[in-house]
Design a protein around this ligand. Structure first.
Ligand code: CTP
Length: 407
């Protein structure tokens, strides 16, 4: 299943390094070409001899192994690989990766790698739970690294908790999912796309909020299709009952519009494009009450303030080559309103969502859309499933991406 795939296997200093031998054996058995890179701490836990015998290649670790003036090029390694997999990844290596430290070949290779990077952390439960480790993992995820969550069980310290490196079979399974996403053209490989999805909730008091009926179905369908086409996806999801399970998708959960705005400001500059599919609350209470608001009279007035317009802000910071798409949800003057939004938010195209019939819009699995571009051209699509429409929208995004790169 991994026939001909080129994989860098990075091994760092953790007792779980012994599992890397099993992992390596599985990868090689499936036909992958594996280049092992070890840190010096990794070599304390398992010998390079074992790993070079299993991989059929010399194990690399130091920049200058031969002492004859030649050196190993991390740039070449980074370009060679289809995937870099760091398993086990120690807390130390995670911290260095998150802060640009590159004092060994594994880290310089990581910094220059063009391919997707998978990380399987392994450490003691308290090290894993420490805020610094969690922060580092969050940083790495926000840059598109795919973190293979450690399991819970008995650890080398004798303690019981979360920190065991995922089992080799399960790690290989994640690579299968990545490489063998159902017969899709990997037309967006190397692209990073941000997408907002779902509603936002704006707190009124500890038990009430202002929200809307958005289910997140359209946004999640697009996120999944993006991943199947090979893109690295940053999915900024409001409070929804949806799950998504693809190693290319980094999900960032938020609740309010201002949280969504902050995440988008952080991630959009790193992206090749963004699709703003969230139904963002336009207003939030000026101040959320700290205690539950009691019924005191017949009327209650809540003062609202405008939330940031996330799509518009992204339109303001959009750089040449980046593509920005939005949605318009209209109940009247549909096309005129959509065109006005396209312009005011500096979008490259807008997807007009019709609420005119019960089989389109919020909560249902089908939708009717019209895509309108900057030249005022429009493409109308018949009633289709949100999954099929996700594919239509991305076909269009791909065209615009190519145009904007050539512009
Ligand atoms: N949008 C956003 N941030 C907001 C409001 C909207 O990012 N605060 C985005 C939506 O994700 C969508 C587009 O802007 O891509 C249009 O959203 P829509 O709700 O249709 O329009 P609004 O700009 O909110 O205007 P109105 O509610 O007045 O129709």
């Amino acid at each position: 299943m991994l026939q001909g795939k080129k994989i860098i296997l990075g091994i760092t200093g953790s007792i779980a390094a012994y599992k890397a031998a099993f992992l390596l054996r599985l990868l090689v058995k499936e036909g992958a070409e594996v280049q092992v890179l070890m840190t010096s701490a990794g070599k304390e836990f398992i010998t390079p001899v074992t790993l070079s015998a299993l991989s059929g290649r010399p194990v690399l670790g130091d920049f200058f192994e031969n002492r004859d003036g030649t050196w190993h090029s991390h740039v070449d390694l980074g370009l060679w690989a289809d995937v870099m997999l760091i398993a086990p990844a120690s807390a130390n290596t995670l911290a260095k990766m998150a802060h640009g430290i590159c004092d060994n070949l594994l880290l310089t290779t990581y910094l220059s790698a063009k391919c997707p990077v998978f990380i399987a952390p392994a450490m003691d439960l308290d090290m894993f739970a420490h805020p610094s480790t969690q922060k580092n993992i969050e940083i790495l995820k926000s840059w598109g690294c795919q973190v293979i969550e450690p399991g819970t069980g008995v650890l080398a310290s004798g303690l019981h908790g979360k920190g065991r490196m995922e089992e080799p079979e399960a790690i290989v399974q994640q690579l299968h999912t990545f490489f063998n996403s159902p017969d899709k053209k990997k037309s967006l490989t190397g692209k990073r796309i941000m997408i907002t999805a779902g509603p936002t909730h704006e707190a009124i008091d500890p038990v009430r909020f202002i929200g809307n009926y958005s289910s997140g179905k359209m946004g999640f369908a697009i996120a999944e299709e993006l991943a199947l086409r090979g893109a690295m996806v940053d999915l900024i999801a409001g409070p929804v009952q949806m799950s998504i399970n693809h190693p290319n998708v980094n999900r960032h959960n938020v609740v309010s519009a201002s949280e969504m705005y902050q995440k988008a400001c952080e991630l959009f500059p790193l992206a090749d494009g963004a699709i703003m599919a969230a139904a963002v609350s336009d207003f939030s209470p000026v101040k959320a009450a700290s205690q539950k608001i009691k019924r005191t009279g017949d009327n209650l007035t809540i003062e609202l303030k405008a939330n940031p317009d996330i799509a518009k802000s992204m339109g303001e910071i959009k750089k040449k080559g980046q593509v920005l798409a939005g949605f318009a949800l209209e109940t009247e003057n549909e096309e005129a309103n959509a065109r006005a939004k396209l312009k005011s938010k500096n979008l490259d195209f807008i997807v007009l969502n019709s609420l005119a019939s019960p089989d389109a819009g919020f909560m249902v699995d089908t939708n009717r859309i019209t895509i309108i571009n900057r030249e005022n051209k429009k493409i109308e699509f018949p009633l289709k499933s949100k999954k099929e429409l996700a594919s239509d929208i991305l076909d269009y995004l791909e065209l615009i991406l190519v145009d904007s790169l050539n512009a």
